[in-house]
Write a protein that binds this ligand. Sequence first.
Ligand code: GAL
Ligand code: ZN
Length: 683
Amino acid sequence: MPELSDVTRGRILYGGDYNPEQWPRSVWREDVRLMREARVTTATVGVFSWARLEPRPGARDFGWLDEVLDLLHEGGIEVCLATPTASPPPWMGARHPETLPRDESGATVWYGARNQFCASSPIYCEYALRITEDLAERYGGHPAVRMWHVGNEYGTHCWCDTTARHFRRWLRTRYGGLDALNEAWGTAFWSQRYDSWEEIIPPRRAQYLVNPTQALDFRRFTSDALLECFTTERDVLADRTPHAPVTTNFMPLFIGQDGWAWAAEEDVVSVDVYPDPKDPHAAAYGAMVQDLTRSQAGGPWVLMEQAAGPVNWRGVNHPKPPGLMRLWSLQAVARGADVVCFFQWRQSRQGSEKFHSGMVPHAGEHSRTFQQVRGLGAELRRLGGVVGRGVPAGAAILHDWHAWWATVQDGRPSARLDYPQVVRAWHRALWEQNLTTDFAHPHADLTDYALVAVPQLYLLTDEALDNLVGYVRGGGTLVCGFFTGVADEDDRVRPGGVDQRLRDLLGIRTVHEWWPLDEGETVTAHGPSWPAGFTATLWSEDLEPSTAETVARIKGGELDGGPAITRNRHGAGTAWYVSTLPEPAALRALPARAADEAGLRPPLPGLPEGVEAVFRGEHLFLLNHGRTPAVVPLPSARTDLLTGRVYDTEVGLDRSAAVVLAPLDSPHPKGAAPCTERLESSS
Ligand code: GAL
Ligand code: ZN
């Protein structure tokens, strides 16, 4: 199987989406000149070119693409060639309206924007397959083409009749018989029993709450149906060009795809990351998405898209202050990216994204943005030594799309429960401690992690529960958040409200009630580690411990005196339970204490606030996300790969500054030892 390393070959790749069909030929030459100036290695071509490549059904117009690929190749730019299937041409919708998606109430989602296809439509699928075959045939052997980019940000939904038939086929495979389906969906309630398969439909607009397991299965189905579109194209490409890895770009922590299942089908995992420059926690958000992507990839990954400046899809779109684009690009490399790309190379003058930044903005090559793009390209060339290296992580956050899907249903204890917000808060707590964190599936082997955090997994399978029990028994430290282990795979509430295995593990006899909190409502809790107390939001619970000790207690309100945080010894390990969402400082203190007990330490002692420190192999990345300069003490002298400068005892970092520090006489061994020991032993 081809891998990312076949394409990177010891370099950090650099570039972006290149959409030359928007421009006259004269600009193409200019583009190649500027790409060379910016040290661009890679252009992603043809992501939205379908109408240009196939102007009418079955016709082919490849001449322009021949020319573009040849020009790029002459300029030494490699190509990640896209299949254009994210955006079918208008003729498809006009001639075959059944390829257009229908929303929950049956209304057609029209062409005129992009992504208007029904994943279950055989007609769409057939056209997608043919253009993919022809692209593979024509360009598979082109010397510039190194990798395939299939579709773009798969995420459409459809509730049409074709989808209904496809959904039924999927359900037959899952359940075998109707009895099993009726049982799993709990159709005894509200007279929902299905007597024949033909009666079953996607969860369309209805009078009141739709069956939650039907809705959950429809999310599972939709992810699978889209994945089928991807794998159909992938198989064609793998067959014709076995040397070129295949990827598709994910949206960050996106609800519409089971990211674990999808990643398993890709040669290379890619993601698009667009933190808001105005968000004070943007760097934490970026780190979270990057950690998730690295974990999906199980190694180096591709930053397929980011913005050189502002995007155009927020209410207010902020540019990046000088240095921020560089800082966030280096953050991605620190967290495992071997490719740093942008959307898009040249900013459009027309169309819906003309106010979205590009590497070459409207202001042209003398713009500040292009100067920074050029600077970054030159710097990334010095980072060949980090390519392919791992990012050692001692902690893991458990995340599962199925649990997320089950959580978003209507009719639950609190509509304010926001799964990504909870995951973000927990990841940020670890990130602010500079504890490098992987994400893991709840069934994954956890033995190598000193600390495992479960921010909130409402649905846990039997296998996942047994896995958690085994992990703690074997000596692991688990920190488990509220409203976890409530439902089984079919969204059936576990006997006792929370699974017995989890309650035993946590040392909790009974969860009497969920007490979700209103907007603006807080609870206060105190404990030896939080003598001043802390406030918490979103959620609280009426708990009765069995063997667990209460380490923070609620003060005041309906739950006065009840446990907020508990800790239980189980087997050779420890299991903490956090029944609310502590304010950030308190949440930070929690994994810090648990990590400390588990022997997990940040890569460097005494890191100033706002400075991110992360090891990639033996290279120490220091990134200043704070608004003020910072000084980082060093236990041993190191060299900055970007500047060649040697730092003996400390590193001064201006706002948005970053260094990539290699040991002085770096032998660059593969598979470097975990970061914590490394620096401590060299100090
Ligand atoms: C991505 C998409 C790109 C472009 C970009 C703008 O989601 O893949 O095509 O639209 O957003 O930020
Ligand atoms: Zn459809």
